[in-house]
Design a protein around this ligand. Structure first.
Ligand SMILES: Nc1ncnc2c1ncn2[C@@H]1O[C@H](COP(=O)(O)OP(=O)(O)O)[C@@H](O)[C@H]1O
Ligand SMILES: [Mg+2]
Length: 226
C-alpha cells in the first residue's frame, strides 16, 4: 500500500529578530514528511520551535527559507489569500485553550467553520449535529458553553476542528490544560480520527503522549534530533 504524502518539508528555516541585533533560529534546516492517516508527535522542551513549526506548516506564518509542499503544492510562496483558502479547506486546529464562543450554542459553535459554504444551512446543521452525536454530545446541542463541563467543552471544540473534514489537524499542546482522564479521552479520539484518514501533528512537551503516536520526532533548539 502506498501512502499519500500530505506534507513535505525541505530545509525549512525560520529566524526571528530579538531586539536590534540578535537573531534567533527558531527552526533550523528541518526536513520532514507527513503521510496520510499518520500521527506525528512533535516533542520538545519549551522554546524548541514546536509552535513555530505548526504555524509554518499550516500557513499561519511564512518561512525565512526552505520549502513546504502541502498536497504537492509549494505553499511557502502563497499569497495571504491563498493561504487562507488552504486553511479553510484542508486544515483543522486544536489549541490548548479550546475556546468556544460563549453566547452561541454548542451546535452553532460547531457550524461556524462551515460558513460560508455551498451547503444549505439545513445540510450544515445535519452535518454538525451528527458529529456531536459521534462525540456523545447530542443531548448538549442547544446548551451554551457555560452550561457544559470542561470535558464537554473540549469535545465541542474537537467537533469544531473536525467538521470540515480537514486533511491535516494541527494540535498545539492539546492536553496542556486538561486532567489526565480528559486528556486521554481526547488523545483516543484524535487517534480514531487519524485512523479514518486524517493526518495529525501534535506539538507537546508531555512525554506521556508518545504512546499514541505513529512516529515521534524530537525538536531541540530548532533542530530535529531524530
Ligand atoms: N514572534 C516571535 N518573535 C521573536 N522570537 C520568537 C517569536 N516566536 C517564537 N520566537 C522564539 O523562537 C523560539 C521557538 O519558539 P516556539 O516555536 O514558540 O517554541 P515552543 O512552541 O517549542 O515552545 C523561542 O526561542 C522563541 O522565543
Ligand atoms: Mg509552543
Amino acid at each position: 500500500m502506498s501512502m499519500e504524502v500530505v506534507l513535505e518539508v525541505e530545509n525549512l528555516t525560520k529566524t526571528y529578530k530579538r531586539g536590534r541585533t540578535e537573531i534567533v533560529k527558531a527552526l533550523d534546516e528541518i526536513n520532514l514528511k507527513l503521510y496520510e492517516a499518520e500521527m506525528i508527535l512533535l516533542y520538545g522542551p519549551s522554546g524548541s520551535g514546536k509552535s513555530t513549526m505548526l504555524n509554518l506548516l499550516s500557513g499561519l506564518d511564512t518561512p525565512s527559507s526552505g520549502s513546504i509542499k502541502f498536497l504537492g503544492k509549494e505553499i511557502s510562496k502563497f499569497s495571504e489569500k491563498d493561504l487562507t483558502n488552504l486553511r479553510r479547506k484542508y486544515v483543522g486546529f486544536v489549541f490548548q485553550s479550546w475556546e468556544l464562543i460563549p453566547n452561541i450554542t454548542a451546535l452553532e459553535n460547531v457550524e461556524i467553520p462551515l460558513y460560508p459554504s455551498n451547503l444549505s444551512s439545513a445540510e450544515i446543521r445535519t452535518k454538525s449535529s451528527s458529529l456531536l452525536k459521534r462525540l456523545d454530545l447530542l443531548d448538549r446541542e442547544y446548551h451554551y458553553p457555560g452550561e457544559l463541563s470542561g470535558g464537554e467543552q473540549q469535545r465541542v471544540a474537537l467537533a469544531r476542528a473536525l467538521v470540515k473534514e480537514p486533511k491535516v489537524i494541527f494540535a498545539d499542546e492539546p492536553t496542556g490544560n486538561l486532567d489526565q482522564a480528559t486528556g486521554d479521552m481526547i488523545m483516543r479520539m484524535l487517534k480514531t480520527i487519524c485512523r479514518q484518514g486524517t493526518s495529525i501533528i501534535i506539538a507537546t512537551h508531555n512525554e506521556e503522549l508518545k504512546e499514541y503516536a505513529d512516529r515521534v520526532i524530537r525538536l531541540q533548539n530548532g533542530k530535529l534530533m531524530s
